[in-house]
Write a protein that binds this ligand. Structure first.
Ligand code: BG6
Length: 509
């Protein structure tokens, strides 16, 4: 497709969005996510002039460190992880408004100190500053943090006004239906739903947001977007990395909890939901929940496959198997790969399988949604001499973001030979490559109070409702039914069998 200049939206983002004066408080201030994503996101928002004039950053954590030490840690994080280089000018503007409060998460007195600290900021600035609490800690302390936000009065600060307190909650949002419900109960005990921003960082990805635009701003897709024309949909979320140093976490999680139940289901919801009545957050989230509710319960043998990576080669380098990784039990029953066949029982999708797969240590990192259309009637180009592919529209979510469509064409020449051809559009050539990271968009949206790209409580529960029986069945089965796949491959044989049973094959992304 034609190359165009950089999109004007990216030239001056500050024209488009404005947040009120805000103090962002990060719980888990010295954690990995804070360093890799949150601090760089704040920094890049500042560089794009998207932070409000009276912006403040407060780190909160158990470690006793000074304001200065926290600032140094933040500057190092920007140097290491930001998409832009550290500029003293941009960082200086944030650094002078960056402070740190030390305290335990279950220490009510420490939260009172935090409340005083925020009050002092408001007084210094001379106006009411919106508090945005970002809970980026291990899930074991979500509940005490929420309870102390309630007890200290912080949760209700400025409630009734647009700049009321807001709370962002990182994943994992529970580990099954019961724990997600329990967490929702704790949340609703101290906050109103409109104050809560449950993160799924996939929703912050440009290409994921583009799904809505592609589907609903192009009239050519909608008439085809149903069981009459679509044969199956394949969603692949493949990673090249293994569990690395996260063995302890991963053993309790596995591919289903870590990737499928949240990120992959968001891709399903946005691909399959009905057109919302408006772009309003609730209109979109209502449609997503309706879609999730239409998914049929999973059959633990015919609808799913799971496996662990064995040793293998990735990019010419030998990699160990999952059971050899640090922190992994030698008889571990945790899956590093899961494949699922979803049946959506509604007017649009009945009979169209949605295949999902996600795994660590696969051939390469790629996330894509491939919509495979039905074949045309086989009267003309059906014989053996014709190379005809299924028309496939694929959204490449990452990396090398873009969209492609596989068509069939005639090879130039004096005989009639056919060949599949690919039409594609790449973000890097159309928009340039330095697009904002997911967390920039999400932090900004939470500051603005736009919940569209966050998960509503009922949405999280509906997804857990689908997967909890399967998790229970797997926990009971231990290693029974667990397949293996070599590191660096496209997955196990049982996942091939899952799609072949329906006459399909996994597409090679
Ligand atoms: C996280 C998972 O939520 O998403 C990780 O816990 C995974 O295991 C990561 O690697 C993938 O995110 P992305 O944005 O790199 O696809």
């Amino acid at each position: 497709m034609a190359e165009t200049t950089r999109h004007p939206f990216l030239e001056d983002l500050s024209k488009y969005r404005g947040a009120p004066p805000t103090t962002v408080v990060i719980f888990g201030a010295s954690g990995d996510l804070t360093k890799r994503k949150l601090i760089p996101a704040v920094y890049n928002l500042a560089a794009d002039n998207l932070l409000p004039p009276d912006f403040h950053l407060v780190g909160y954590g158990r470690k006793e460190i000074s304001d200065e030490a926290f600032r140094e840690m933040a500057a190092d994080a920007i140097k290491e992880f930001s998409r832009r280089e550290l500029s003293d000018d941009v960082w200086g503007r944030i650094a002078e408004r960056t402070t740190y409060v030390a305290g335990a998460y279950d220490d009510a007195a420490a939260f009172d100190r935090l409340a005083e600290h925020l009050q002092e900021i408001d007084e210094k600035v001379g106006r009411e500053v919106q508090p945005l609490f970002y809970i980026s800690t291990p899930p074991s302390v979500f509940a005490p943090i929420l309870e102390n936000l309630g007890a200290s009065g912080l949760a209700r600060k400025y409630l009734g006004q647009p700049h009321h307190a807001k709370v962002v909650i990182e994943k994992p949002f529970g580990h099954d239906l019961a724990s997600a419900r329990e967490l929702n109960r704790t949340i609703t005990g101290v906050l109103e739903e409109h104050q809560v921003y449950r993160i799924d960082h996939y929703l912050g990805k440009e290409t994921v947001q583009d799904l809505l635009v592609q589907r609903f701003a192009n009239s050519i897709f909608e008439p085809l977007w149903n069981r009459n024309f679509i044969d199956n949909v394949q969603i692949t979320v493949a990673e090249e990395v293994g569990v690395g140093a996260r063995g302890g976490y991963y053993e309790q999680s596995g591919a289903l909890r870590d990737m499928i139940q949240n990120h992959t289901m968001q891709l399903v919801a946005l691909t399959a939901m009905e057109p919302p009545g408006s772009l309003d957050a609730e209109a979109i989230r209502d449609e997503k929940v309706k879609l999730l509710r239409a998914i049929q319960p999973l059959h633990p043998t015919t609808d799913v496959a799971r496996a662990q990576y064995a040793d293998g080669m990735i990019a010419g380098k030998p990699e160990p198997g999952y059971l050899e990784e640090a922190g992994i039990a030698e008889d571990s029953g945790t899956e590093t790969y899961a494949a699922i066949k979803l049946s959506i029982n509604n007017w649009r999708w009945q009979g169209v399988p949605f295949y999902l797969r996600s795994g660590k240590r696969m051939a390469r990192r790629v996330t894509e949604i491939a919509v495979q259309f039905k074949r045309p009637p086989g009267t003309l180009f059906a014989g053996g001499g014709f190379d005809i592919a299924t028309n496939t529209l694929s959204f490449q979510i990452q990396p090398d973001e873009g969209l492609s469509l596989i068509l069939n064409g005639k090879v130039p020449g004096l005989e009639t030979r056919t060949q599949p051809v690919k039409m594609s559009f790449r973000y890097s050539t159309t928009y340039g490559s330095n697009t904002p990271e997911a967390y920039e968009r999400l932090v900004l949206d939470a500051m603005i109070g736009d919940g569209t790209l966050f998960i509503r409580g009922d949405e999280a529960e509906t997804s857990w409702q689908l997967y909890t029986p399967l998790l229970q069945a797997w926990a009971k089965a231990k290693r029974e039914g667990m397949d293996r796949y070599p590191a660096g491959s496209w997955g196990p044989a049982n996942a091939e069998a899952l799609v072949e049973a329906n006459g399909h094959r996994w597409r090679q992304p």
